[in-house]
Ligand binder design. Structure first.
Ligand code: PLP
Length: 445
């Protein structure tokens, strides 16, 4: 299907086939058990094959329920919209359902342009909002855009967490919206306290919409239902959700919008389906969303994300003083970034420089690979040209899982702090491969 991706997986030892999944665990075809700290790019918040979701989907399939009739007023969509509104409030009274995060962003871009009559979109450097053409136009990584231009005009970026730069970008009054992730997925970049609320105020002062992309951070990931719930007074005009609403079963996303926005887009009966898609509110997707929210509540997973996130953070912070390569541990709830940086001691600095000279995407693989090979823990590199790995496990992990991760990570750190050593040999081999191939495969989210 994608031979280049298969080559990447083979090169880094991730070419495994999984046969079984339950909660936060996966089993490969040989029966080996893995701890999943990748969470399917944050789709598996409630854990995989959750009985509540499974039962709801099976029950629905066993009725003669009509899905996708189109000319109808489907009950399940209304119920899911109500459940989302109950949890989100903020006057975001209208919901448009999608099949993915990027479709949600496309809808947000269209809604913002239509409701303001302005052409521009401002986004944050290093942002990731998906890979369809509109979302790609506001992607902060040039690597993803290579070869796909020209994309949407009038899109410009500002540094993340920089309010004066945002204000400067909006003064021309041709900007429909500022679209931003409350915590950036690439690199797990955190905003300063107060940034999001003030960004919203600046947008509103200049007649632009404030659009929050909670595709990755939403549905409990950060220890609150939304990441913006951590801050007082954040007033979005549009919020985009997707990923974990699916229960890791049926793709579904949601765009929640203020009535003032909605009324401009769907302004008459002629325009009633001016934005739509055939699959946008299929019954299985709606049921997956409803059951996922129910499971999140039943298992008290938002609170668990906060608790387990704190345990992980405490354990990782404690290792910071022991291991020179660990420069920063940041995040919220169960969205954690571990940033590595140049060590103090001469021998280790030699290894650091050598690997970075070969390929500046390589070093975090020295953590991800042995975590997988030696400890059966699945993690990911958090982006291009940064020395960060990201932890986004299912929110149902428990204290044993935290210990599993921390002891595996500590072992990897100990070995990595011996230069020369076996991990460095593996890295050199990978580096040679990268240098000869000069591969620039983008790192997916
Ligand atoms: N927005 C954010 C913050 C994301 O992390 C992603 C995907 O990783 C998207 C949008 C795009 O979502 P999808 O892959 O479902 O199109």
């Amino acid at each position: 299907m994608n031979p280049q991706w298969a080559r990447v997986l083979r090169t880094i030892g991730f070419d495994r086939t999984f046969a079984k999944a339950q909660g936060q665990y996966l089993w490969d075809v040989e029966g080996n058990k893995y701890l999943d700290f990748l969470g399917g790019y944050a789709v598996a918040n409630i854990g995989r094959n959750h009985p509540t979701v499974r039962r709801a989907l099976v029950d629905l399939l066993q009725t003669d329920h009509p899905s996708m009739v189109q000319f109808e007023t489907p009950l399940l969509s209304g119920l899911l919209a109500e459940e989302l509104k109950k949890r989100i409030g903020r006057g975001l009274d209208y919901v448009f359902f999608t099949n993915s995060g990027t479709e949600g962003i496309e809808a947000a871009i269209k809604f913002a342009k239509c409701s303001t009559g302005r052409p521009g979109i401002v986004f944050a450097a290093k942002a990731f909002h998906g890979l369809s053409s509109g979302s790609l136009s506001i992607n902060g990584d040039e690597g993803f855009r290579d070869g796909f231009g020209p994309l949407l005009p009038h899109c410009r970026s500002v540094p993340f967490d920089d309010l004066p730069a945002l204000e400067h970008a909006l003064v021309s009054h041709d900007v429909a919206a500022f679209i931003v992730e409350p915590i950036q997925g690439k690199g797990v970049n955190m905003p300063s306290p107060g940034y999001l609320a003030e960004a919203a105020r600046i947008c509103h002062r200049h007649g632009s919409l404030f659009v929050v992309d909670e595709v990755q951070t939403g549905i409990g990931r950060t220890g609150r239902f939304l990441a913006i719930d951590h801050e007082e007074g954040v007033e979005p005009d549009i919020i985009v959700l997707a990923k974990a609403l699916s229960g890791a079963h049926v793709p579904v996303g949601a765009v929640l919008s203020k009535r003032s926005v909605w009324d401009q887009v769907f302004s008459s009966m002629e325009r009633a389906i001016v934005h739509s898609s055939t699959f946008h509110q299929g019954s299985l997707a709606m049921m997956a969303g409803l059951a996922s929210l129910k499971a999140l509540d039943e298992d008290d997973l938002v609170a668990n994300a906060k608790r387990m996130g704190q345990l992980l953070m405490d354990g990782l912070h404690a290792m910071k003083s022991k291991f020179e390569f660990i420069h920063n541990v940041r995040g919220r709830g169960l969205m954690i970034g571990l940033e590595f940086g140049p060590p103090r001691s001469l021998a280790l600095r030699t290894g650091w420089s050598l690997i970075h000279a070969m390929d500046d995407n390589l070093f975090p693989q020295a953590v991800v690979l042995p975590l997988m090979d030696d400890h059966r823990i699945i993690t990911q590199v958090a982006g291009h040209h940064i020395d960060v790995i990201k932890l986004i496990p299912p929110l149902c992990i428990n204290e044993d899982d935290v210990r599993w991760f921390l002891s595996g990570f500590e072992d990897v750190m100990r070995k990595l702090h011996q230069f020369p050593g076996p991990i460095w040999e593996v890295l050199k081999k990978l580096g040679k491969h990268a240098v000869t191939k000069r591969s620039r495969e983008p790192v997916p989210n």
